[in-house]
Ligand binder design. Structure first.
Ligand code: APR
Ligand code: PHB
Length: 394
């Protein structure tokens, strides 16, 4: 088998890249380790920046997003028992975010790919990438008891943090930067109306909590937990009691509880691999970087990697120019580090860090106080939250 671009991984990065390339007439095949249902079963964040919405518009997969997505012009910060609204729309001169679950983005992209008859090979075992430093890269995998070879011009490593692409690069050719946080987020999804019409990010002495949503009838809530906690130790009842203790009196009153339809603990990590290109193989999305979820930058960063990569590959085939391919890694990393900085800062501001001691606690309180009383500080938060423009600083 032969294709122009072999894409490893059918998460949001791989599906978005496949759609962008197909739209430009570039042949691609996605090879995914799991089944489609498994991919859709993973619950992740759900806040889309305008650049992500623009990309979904560009590839023509945004009809449902515009119908069902919830446009948010602000969010609340809750600390010292009170809520303070960050009016993103006002502070950024009219910008918003759209609340629409990553699962739904993935479903829309999968449906579109299936409707166009584009090839995705699910449940591929033992996926391996070869010869990407030369001019004839290949992907091999096993499926239904047979070995297969996919020859290609380029390999796109969209295979997430635990994927095979980054792991196949010789150790000396890649540099990794990592920060692991001493806590995780326990999250639940429940078919109950959200406690508020916008998101609430709370920092209390019990730790961080987030009130988010998927629709007017489906809520997503999180609380900070020690890494040693196991999800089995958290009954729904215990979760709701804990969440309530993080809320202000008005939110406590409007909180509607119900049975969870998903419950899991996610550790928090900041991670970047440099560079993101190795000859004819590129990394994109979680394969190259992870942000802690505070601020919901993960999917949006994946989308901008893909936009840069897709356009660069289109330019290669259409104009025979490698200028953007050569610039890909540097261009992405600049944007990634800005988002890493923001996600680390917002995480540091909103969580309890026992090892920071009394001094750390007081500095955090002072920063929150400054943030809500200084328009300049609120604007810096809002500007980063809605997402910096694609060509920022270029
Ligand atoms: N072979 C083939 N597929 C693989 C392999 C492999 N060896 N290893 C992993 N995969 C697949 C995974 O099963 C998964 O479906 O690659 C896909 C990677 O998807 P994601 O982990 O969702 O990563 P990405 O598409 O970059 O999406 C980024 O997802 O994790 C969130 O916060 C992140 O929102 C961001 C988005
Ligand atoms: C979510 O809805 O899952 C979500 C929203 C905002 C975040 C993180 C997660 O910052």
């Amino acid at each position: 088998m032969r294709t122009q671009v072999a894409i490893i991984g059918a998460g949001p990065s791989g599906l978005l890249l496949g759609a962008l390339l197909s739209k430009a007439g570039i042949d691609n095949i996605i090879v995914e380790r799991q089944s489609g249902e498994y991919v859709l079963g993973r619950i992740r964040a759900g806040v889309l920046e305008q650049v992500t919405v623009d990309l979904l518009d560009e590839i023509g997969v945004s009809q449902r997003l515009h119908k069902e997505g919830l446009v948010h012009g602000g969010f609340d910060l809750l600390f010292a028992g009170k809520r303070h609204r960050i009016d993103m729309n006002h502070l950024t001169g009219g910008k918003n975010v759209v609340v629409y679950g990553q699962t739904e983005v993935t479903r829309d992209l999968m449906d579109d790919r299936a409707a166009k008859g584009l090839t995705t090979i699910y449940e591929a075992d033992n996926v391996q990438v070869h010869d990407f430093e030369g001019s004839n890269p290949r992907v091999t995998y096993d499926k239904d008891g047979k070995s297969h070879t996919l020859a290609c011009d380029f390999i796109a490593g969209c295979d997430g943090f635990h994927g095979v692409c980054r792991a196949s690069v010789p150790k000396g050719a890649i540099k990794e930067f990592e920060k692991v946080y001493p806590f995780g987020w326990l999250g639940i999804l429940a078919d109950v109306p959200p406690v508020s019409h916008e998101l609430i990010y709370a920092n209390t002495e019990r730790g961080f909590a987030l009130c988010s949503m998927r629709s007017p009838t489906r809520s997503r809530y999180y609380v900070q937990v020690p890494l040693s906690d196991k999800v089995e130790e958290w009954s729904d009842d215990r979760f709701w009691k804990e969440l309530r203790l993080h809320l202000d009196p008005q939110a406590q009153e409007s909180l509607v509880t119900g049975p969870s339809i998903e419950k899991s603990i996610a550790p928090l990590r900041s991670f970047v691999a440099e560079p993101m290109r190795f000859g004819r193989m590129f990394l994109a999305g979680d394969a190259a970087h992870i942000v802690p979820p505070t601020g919901a930058k993960g999917l949006n960063l994946a989308a901008t990697d893909v936009k840069y990569l897709g356009d660069a590959i289109v330019e290669h085939f259409a104009e025979k120019s490698d200028a953007d391919i050569d610039h890909y890694s540097q261009r992405c990393l600049r944007r990634i580090w800005r988002a890493e900085r923001f996600s680390w800062w917002f995480t540091s501001l909103m969580h309890q860090f026992p090892e920071a001691g009394g001094f750390g606690q007081k500095v955090q309180e002072a920063e929150l106080d400054y943030l809500i009383h200084s328009e300049a500080a609120s604007r810096a938060l809002a500007e980063n939250y809605v997402g910096l423009p694609l060509n920022f600083g270029e």
